[in-house]
Design a protein around this ligand. Structure first.
Ligand SMILES: Cc1cc2nc3c(=O)[nH]c(=O)nc-3n(C[C@H](O)[C@H](O)[C@H](O)COP(=O)(O)OP(=O)(O)OC[C@H]3O[C@@H](n4cnc5c(N)ncnc54)[C@H](O)[C@@H]3O)c2cc1C
Length: 352
């Protein structure tokens, strides 16, 4: 039996494994995918990270290249593969977790490859697994090409005609700008957009965040709460420029859709041929059958990833402890914290 099973071999699982390896822990990472880096690989072709190379490293290995420059998604895939090789991290692929139960102090993990038992479990399955699409999308005509932003790769997937991108986060903005170069493009947003430059005086914005202490602001602090409430800015000015050139049209929030027509919050309508729902994700864990883990709203009860179920941890949650918790730059700090907690449990014998 393994002492610990880490579910998920993305950056969060790998950073955790780095610290488990350091304390010579008996563990295994399991992942439903076929290889390391799949989450990044599957994202849209033109994806360039908004965090500069210097802020894209996991503990123990820097990302090669110009430190203030911005890597492509493929660089991250290669980096994660190098990371696994360098630290010889044990991963079992093509193993999808379908149910986790907690029975007599042990975790019983049902997978498509059989049942695994462990004393502890670290959930590192990522915050972006279950795409969220409004239910009225099913009333829209089959003639309209509709996908979630997770399925978007490049403009060639779309049918002829205009496109509506719904959702003004960084993914929605990047996809809308790309499409606006080759067709009539609308972007529906639900709140006012704030732009921040990617680079100020030859330093990436994340360098400035770092120097100003913003990356260390914790979830519960006053500033942390303000930043969370405000939501993410759009990094870079490509979208602003596309709007100025009138290549891109901004529309309010979409409230309904029927046949090939969508209605916006201000009751205006447009006919569409393509829709990309960049409307975010649900954080749901239908396979975690441990009731005491969730509050009345279905949210996980935890402090910095340590849950109220002994031996069960989360890593990589947005704002798990601070802004960087779900980013490449910040996940290592949270991983170190939970592994310290886990090893204290082990040495005190509380979990064995
Ligand atoms: C479009 C986009 C752009 C982003 N840009 C940046 C950026 O510029 N900079 C930055 O720092 N961050 C960025 N992020 C955020 C974050 O860094 C990534 O989402 C990152 O992939 C999160 O890593 P993770 O390990 O938490 O989750 P993931 O990379 O999603 O890994 C989770 C792993 O868990 C596995 N898994 C899931 N469910 C199961 C199951 N039931 N059983 C077994 N395995 C399972 C999956 O196969 C996957 O390998 C971006 C995110 C998105 C969506």
């Amino acid at each position: 039996m393994y002492d610990t099973i880490v579910i998920g071999a993305g950056q969060a699982g790998l950073a955790t494994a780095f610290y488990l390896k350091k304390i010579k822990h008996n563990f295994l990472i399991i992942d439903k995918g076929k290889e390391v880096g799949e989450s990044w690989m599957n994202r849209y072709d033109s994806l360039v990270l908004f965090t500069s190379r210097m802020y894209n490293a996991l503990p123990g290995l820097t990302l090669e290249g110009e430190m203030q420059g911005f890597p492509t998604k493929n660089e991250i895939v290669q980096y994660l593969k190098r990371y696994v090789n360098k630290y010889e991290l044990p991963i079992q692929f093509q193993t999808e977790v379908v149910k986790v139960q907690h029975q007599q102090g042990l975790f019983v993990i049902q997978t498509n490859q059989g049942v695994i038992q462990s004393k502890k479990v670290i959930v590192a399955t990522g915050a972006f697994q279950s795409p969220r699409i409004p239910s009225f999308s099913s009333n829209i005509s089959k003639d309209v090409f509709q996908i979630h932003s997770t399925q978007y790769k490049n403009p060639s997937q779309l049918k002829e005609g205009n496109v509506l991108v719904v959702g003004g986060g960084n993914s929605g903005a990047q996809i809308a700008v790309e499409l606006s170069r080759e067709r009539e493009t609308h972007l529906a947003i639900s709140k006012k957009i704030t732009y921040l430059p990617l680079v100020i005086q030859k330093k990436s914005i994340f360098w400035w965040f770092d120097k100003l202490g913003i990356l260390k602001v914790s979830t519960d602090s006053f500033l942390g709460k303000v930043i969370q409430k405000k939501g993410d800015p759009i990094f870079g000015y490509e979208m602003k420029d596309a709007l100025k050139r009138k290549e891109l049209t901004l529309n309010p929030r979409v409230i309904n859709g029927i046949h090939n027509e969508v209605t916006f919050e201000d009751q205006t309508t447009i006919k569409v041929q393509n829709i990309i729902w960049a409307t975010g994700f649900h954080s749901i864990y239908p396979w975690l059958k441990i009731d005491e883990l969730f509050n009345a709203d279905g949210k996980i009860i935890h402090h910095r990833g340590v849950t109220n179920v002994k031996g069960l941890y989360f890593i990589g949650l947005p704002w798990q402890h601070r802004r960087g918790s779900a980013l490449l730059q910040g996940v290592g700090f949270d991983a170190e914290f939970i592994i310290k907690h886990l090893s204290n449990l082990t040495t005190q014998g509380k979990c064995d």
